[in-house]
Design a protein around this ligand. Sequence first.
Ligand code: AHR
Length: 514
Amino acid sequence: ESTSISFDPANTIADVNPLIYGGFTEFVSNDIGRHMGRCIYGGLYEPDNKELSDENGFRRDVISYFKELQVPVVRYPGGNFCASYRWQDGIGPKENRPKRPELAWEGVEPNTFGTDEFMEWCKVVGTEPYLCLNMGTGTLEDALAWVEYCNGDKDTHYANLRRQNGHEKPYNVKYWALGNEMWGPWQVEQHTKEDYAKKAIQWARGIDVSTALKLLDPSITLILCGKDGYSDWDRYTLQQCLRWVDMHSIHYYSMGKGHYKNISSVYAAERAIQVCSSLIDLARCEFDLSPFPDIERIITKPNSAKRPTICFDEWNVWDPERAPGNKGGEEQYTLSDGLAVAIWLNIFVRNCKDIGMATIAQSVNVIAPLMTTPRGVWKQTTYFPLLLFSKYMHGKAVSVHTRTGTYQGETFPRWVETTVSVPKLDVSATIDSDGWMNVAIVNSDEEKGYTTKLNGICPGSEVQVFTVGGEAFKSADTNSENEEKVNIRESVWNATDASYRFERLSFTLLRWKA
Ligand code: AHR
């Protein structure tokens, strides 16, 4: 079967927003209740581990891997957690901070890691904070107070409280989410779409103009709480709120029993982005509801000049059955999952014109690329594609035409279609500002490698090759603390005949000066 990948570096799609390589850290710490595992407490924050943590209690080894991944933005404090989070419990002297019952995961929140600790951690890591507001039990007053605490530069109460706590300069937090999964029956204070849209408008802009987030700080980016991108919730909330917000958040976790279902389920994300993009366009149209609508008017008069981007702020492979009981969400990933994550990232690059940000859920221990033990950190299979993408897949996405065989794969059951046509080779490409061409290729075939013609590469180019998986790994091995089987292999390929063999079950990144 002959396969080819064709591209022209001059044929670009749009800029790849570096924020697509973001992370997410949620509270939820102890072993009471149906906890999710150790993301913050016992993950990135472990003050009792004197050997591995710094004077702030931050795990130094975790920080070094966040730096290696160059994580550009980190979402916090939830997730479901934020629907009952009282941010004011987590500031000031630690001995005065109350412990609270944690309702999302039925644990106890000690509040020893709060806003100032998170801001300091972001500074050390070199990443941007992205805060999710409590729209469950929280009020607009709490939200305004949090924005003022973080960003206020005047002589006002919460800005002064921050100064009193030792932080003179405002943190200037840019990204703020209007709640998390507000539609979910598991949410503390689940909302209908109508209730949520009304509340989001009031919070974003304000009916009483003196009390709105954007009036307090017009520079902030507000992120609307969507669903999975293809629901009536997404349609309605976008139509109601579009003009007041800057991004629309969607969530989706892929999963499927067996390798091919694991891979094919990822493609629901690509459809979700495409459908959501259309819902954004639809929401920008001003509809004439008369019986004979004036088509010209619908097309030429958008009700907002603004076009929000999609913020895919929870995405990953997640099969809760693989980490049952008291392990919470601490899944161990296989090579198949690593390849699925590479396809996820290809999807973000291919659809970069619509994606303003994406944050993998989550970053440490809980369905995460990094796992901690009291002795150190080990990397999951999903770490390696993330690293290669965040290092190299920048600049402008390049349009790619791939000729490969396909197979019919099952999509995730929530999606309206039951099958999807899955390419044997999944590809995305970028050209960066220094003129380096980067092509990311996933061969998810369990049986076969493909010798593939690359149309668009100058014969004789010296190509850097990075490979994850492939023949060096006979089975879809799980990494573990003691045995990190999956890693990145580096080599150089002289592209004399412009044909490259992509091994079975591999992720390959090729780069050369175009
Ligand atoms: O990331 C784990 C959980 O999944 C988040 O808390 C929630 O938003 C989602 O349902």
